[in-house]
Design a protein around this ligand. Structure first.
Ligand SMILES: [Mg+2]
Ligand SMILES: [Zn+2]
Length: 205
């Protein structure tokens, strides 16, 4: 049997955006990609660099870091400019180590105080919607990956697929009461590397 015949056969609809299907991963930063707090030393979590290379370079997904670093996180003597510079420096290190260009990894960033009523603070979907505008992708081709219930709910609120990693953050630590109507994630895995292996092995239909 020839190689062509043995592959799954797809009949694409003829609209322009479905001729070039684009998968997108929106990824939380703290406790999903890295260990460490804003404007302080940090390290990548195990397997993150290799998984990013697989996701973006091998599988051709777009990836956006969607992160909020509100004033309470910045640490003594730092401002929102430092917070953004800190995220940018992590993106640069991730790109370098994963054999990518920095521009291959999008950043969508909120530094607002959540009490200011900003619409981009997860679980609000504003930051995710902004990221989807930047990176493209239809709703059913976009995943939100994060370690907290607020990441998962932001994904649900944006109408995309959701993946929780690790211990689901606040549930285990009990630092924030769970909201009414919390919906479980579509997928719940130990870490980002496992998430990438699973979502990239899906067959597009
Ligand atoms: Mg997090
Ligand atoms: Zn905001």
């Amino acid at each position: 049997m020839s190689d062509v015949v043995s592959r799954p056969y797809y009949c694409w609809p003829t609209t322009r955006d479905t001729l070039t299907p684009q998968n997108v991963a929106l990824v939380d930063l703290n406790d999903t990609l890295i260990d460490g707090l804003c404007c302080r030393p940090w390290t990548f979590l195990p397997g993150v660099v290799e998984a990013t290379r697989l996701l973006v370079r091998t599988c051709g997904w777009r990836m956006a870091i969607v992160t909020q670093q509100p004033p309470a996180y910045w640490g003594e003597g730092h401002d929102s400019t430092d917070a953004l510079a800190w995220v940018v420096s992590i993106r640069r290190a991730l790109a370098e180590q994963a054999d990518l260009l920095p521009a291959d990894i999008y950043i969508n960033f909120c530094s607002h105080d959540p009490m200011s009523g900003c619409r981009c603070h997860k679980p609000e979907p504003g930051l995710l919607r902004e990221a989807m505008e930047d990176a493209g992708g239809k709703l059913d081709q976009v995943w939100m990956i994060g370690d907290k219930w607020s990441d998962v709910m932001a994904g649900h609120n944006a109408g995309i697929k959701t993946c929780a990693v690790g211990d689901f953050g606040y549930v285990q630590k009990g630092t924030t009461p769970l909201p009414e109507g919390l919906k479980p994630p579509h997928l719940w895995v130990p870490d980002f590397a496992t998430a990438v292996r699973i979502i990239t092995s899906e067959v597009l239909v």
